[in-house]
Design a protein around this ligand. Structure first.
Ligand code: PEP
Ligand code: MN
Length: 337
């Protein structure tokens, strides 16, 4: 449940309400807006006499929060969150473009791609060093060596960096080299990994699971935030349906649904959702028009010979064109790239 305080509530009244709740063995979460302060309650509310709370000074109303996710819930935090990532941030007013190869293959490959996506206007360099591949015989990633190349690319281009993590070892390595970690679709409900990501101190990009509902996805975000890490960004990357013409089915309606349910930013990945480079630009434009906070796009210097996800990767020329095409859409949505 949340306690909505009156617009002119004093610090003292807020403190009294908060300490009362905490003295009942519950946790509080404060959200201070321009005018109103909201006190969110996390824990077993059976312990709390709510009729008492309603009579506290400056309490306007008590609203039940029936959803199981609390800290991720927009009711707890009505203002959209802004998530800092390296030298940039994700949230309202900005269209964040994360671009780069599916997998880091060589230092030279990564540097070439980093220079090109930077020149086209991307803000964050993506590159997988730990690849959770469907087949155990496919390229599994360069691991820590790949992370080191990400660090070099950051030093050279100034781009912030993101890399997927698949284990605690990968998290411990990633914190040394990159600005943001990614939990991939296949690990969205790996609750142990989510908790470790919550303790990592780095912002986390949480991709939607292959078959996850919005509710399950938000509960996964809650796992990370509950460990004390509020810096979570969601990524819609397509879900599995009966349709086989595209790799997955891009659920663009997740964008407005998430804007309603959570304060966390949401970005869209048109590469993994369509699985085909030729569909990426139109889905990228649609995502920006739907008010997504950003895009994640796979770009490769030589897609035909990429070690993973070549068919959905854009060449530099195609990525340049896509960036030009999305600029007017971003401007219409009052976002700068
Ligand atoms: C990726 O970003 O390279 C990736 C593996 O994505 P997903 O987890 O969405 O399949
Ligand atoms: Mn990929």
């Amino acid at each position: 449940m949340i306690i909505v305080m009156k617009p002119n509530a004093t610090e003292e009244s807020i403190r009294i309400v908060t300490s009362y709740i905490e003295s009942n063995g519950l946790q509080t979460h404060l959200s201070k807006g321009e005018e109103t302060t909201i006190i969110g309650i996390v824990g077993n509310k059976a312990k709390l006499a709510t009729e008492n709370l309603a009579s506290f000074k400056d309490v306007e109303k008590i609203v039940p929060v029936t959803e199981s996710y609390k800290l991720a819930n927009r009711k707890f935090h009505p203002e959209p969150s802004v998530i800092p990532v390296g030298n940039t941030q994700i949230g309202p007013g900005t269209l964040t473009v994360m671009a780069g190869p599916c997998a880091v293959e060589t230092e030279e490959q990564l540097l070439t791609i980093a220079r090109n996506v930077k020149a086209a206007g991307a803000n964050i360099l993506r590159g997988g060093a730990y690849k959770p591949r469907t087949s155990p015989y496919s390229f599994q990633g360069l691991e820590e060596e790949g992370l080191r190349y990400m660090q070099t690319a950051k030093a050279e281009t100034g781009l912030a960096t993101i890399c997927e993590v698949v284990s605690l070892d990968a998290i411990n390595a990633a914190v040394k080299y990159v600005d943001m970690i990614q939990i991939g679709a296949r690990n969205m409900q790996n609750f142990y990994l989510l908790k470790e990501a919550g303790r990592s101190g780095l912002p986390v990009l949480l991709k939607r699971g292959l078959c996850a509902t919005i509710d399950e996805w938000l509960n996964a975000a809650e796992y990370i935030i509950a460990e004390g890490n509020p810096n979570v960004v969601l990524c819609e990357r397509g879900i599995r349906t009966y349709e086989t013409s595209t790799r997955n089915t891009l659920d663009l309606s997740a964008v407005p649904v998430m804007k309603e349910r959570t304060h966390l930013p949401i970005i869209v990945d048109p590469s993994h959702s369509t699985g085909a480079y030729k569909y990426v630009p139109s889905m990228a434009r649609a995502a920006v028009a739907a008010d997504a906070d950003g895009l994640m796009i796979e770009v490769h210097n030589d897609p035909a010979h990429a070690l993973s996800d070549g068919p959905q990767s854009l060449t530099f020329k195609k990525f340049d064109r896509l960036m030009e095409e999305i600029r007017p859409f971003a401007a219409l949505m009052n976002r700068t790239i």
